[in-house]
Design a protein around this ligand. Sequence first.
Ligand SMILES: [Zn+2]
Length: 242
Amino acid sequence: MIRAMVWLTVGLEAILVARTLLLTALLPPLARALTRCASGPTCTDGAQEGPSRRPSGHDIALSLGSSWVFAAGGAVVIQADALGYTRLIHGAAPWWMAPLGFGAVLLLQDGVFYGVHRLLHHRHLYRWLHRGHHHSRHPTSWTTFAFDPGEAVLQSGFLVGVVFLIPLQPATLLALLLTMSAWAVLNHLDALAPQGQSPLRWLGRGLIGPAHHGLHHRRPGHNFGLYFTVWDKLCGTEAPPG
Ligand SMILES: [Zn+2]
C-alpha cells in the first residue's frame, strides 16, 4: 500500500512537471496570438503586449516543490477510488452529468478560493502560507503554481475533497484539472496586461484574466477572485483598472 502510494506519487509528479512545462511554454505565445487576432482584422496590430519577463528561480523552485504535494493528493485519490471511497462514476451516466459536474466544481472552487484567498492575506497567515506566491510583483507563468507548502496543501485538499463530495466521471475530472491549470496560467501572464488593460477582454468582463489578477499581485488588497469577478464585485474588493 505505502509502496504503491510512493510510486503513484512519483508518476504523478512526472505528469505534473510535464504539464507545467507544456503550459508555460505553449500558453504565453498562444495567448499573444489570440490577443492580436481578437484586436483587429489583420491579426498584427493593436495588441497591448508588455515586455516578456523572465521567470524567477524562486517561482520555479516553489512550483516544482508544490507539485509534489499535488502529486501526493492525486495518489490519495487513486488509492481511495480503488477502495471504493470516492464518488467518481465509472459506469454509464446521463450525458448532462458531465456539464453539470464541470460547472458545479468550477463555481464551488471559485467561491471557496475567494474566501480562502482573503483569509490567506490576513497578517497572521500571509507570511506562513501565501508570501511565496507573491514573491514576484509581476507574475509570470511560473508564478502560477508557486505555492508555499501550506498553501499547496490547502489547494490540493480542495481537489481531493471534491472527488469525495461530487459525483464526477473521470473524463470530467480530467477536463476540470486541465481547465483549472490553463486558466490559472492565463491569469498569471502579466506581460500581456500592461497598464491594467486586459488584452484577453474578448473572454468577457465577468471572467478573470491576466489584467485582473496581475493587479492583485501589484495591489494585494484587491482582486482576490479566481475565475469570475462576481465575488470581488459583491464584496467590494475589485480594483478599478490601472
Ligand atoms: Zn494573493
